[in-house]
Design a protein around this ligand. Sequence first.
Ligand code: ZN
Length: 363
Amino acid sequence: MNQPHAKPSVPPVPGLVRAACLVATALLFGTANAYTVKPGDTLYRLAQLHGTTVAELIRLNSLTSTTLEVGQTLRLPGVSTATANASVPGTVPSRISGVTVNAPATLRMGDAFILRLSGPGAAQATVRFPSEAGEDVRLPGERLTPIPAGNEFIVLGRVVLGKNTPVVYEIQVGQDVLQGRIPVTGLPQPLQRLNLPPRIASKLEDPARKAEDAAVEQAYARRTAQAWSRPFQPAAAVRARSSAFGQPRTYVANGPVAYHYGTDYLAPAGTTVMAVNDGTVVVAGMYPVRGGLVVIDHGAGLTSLYFHQRAVTVKVGQKVTRGQKVGEVGSTGLSTGAHLHLEMRVRGEGTDPAGWMNRLWPK
Ligand SMILES: [Zn+2]
């Protein structure tokens, strides 16, 4: 949704971060685990096993050398106290000896990311994100089966907008469980007060909105096989980006704060809108808020959404390929000027479209 004429306001919003969740996470995962160095251990291997970096291990332990000594105690950022308590003391790495995990060192709010699993046990691993419990997300803590990708197996993750507490992942192979966490930084964007005119804001109250939301929720719940094998491409030839992903905003004076789950691109009405990648059309039609809407299921829990189109040129059930026309830029629904609002949702949660473009997987 876009409001090209709105002036961004300056003051940041107090209380955007949900304090209760912050406290709970700190209680659960606030303590780094102590690990006793065993013969053959290297910083590189320990970093790989715990989804962190050599630099982070050096920083965390104030090391002056990369050489480890057997019996030396190290702090590991990637393992929670819960995991340490559940295992034989000092044997945490052996519990995941069959699987090497590579995770991003840090994430930003609204990022999509991938966990890479390799090694003989990777094919049997399942992944969960326990940090999703308590978040306002769809199917929190869902157990995910990694997707084969070359020599590795990967799992798509996402950081929910409005949360900057660490992402906690849990990898299970048989009875063995590894937990790791990834710190998250916020997006430094001031609150935008849109103060939509009543004529447009009234669309938020449209009785048909329930059916609209139900249609997209159904799309978010789909779990089909990965349908793409080529990098993602932009959805339209656009002049500029008019409203950034993740922008906190209010639509009406004193209304609740909502996040902008997509990116707005300025383009003249009638500009061709293209599928960002291969997939199946699961929603196609005119809706009160999203206007001319197309939703494509790309598989692997990923959907792309195209809002406010003046025309939709595909049908539900139709298979589309990357670059295929799905509609035309317009200003239908909750919109005040011609633009394309593009969303890239991972298991129903909005992720930054820029993280996907011209890549096979998000960065
Ligand atoms: Zn928008």
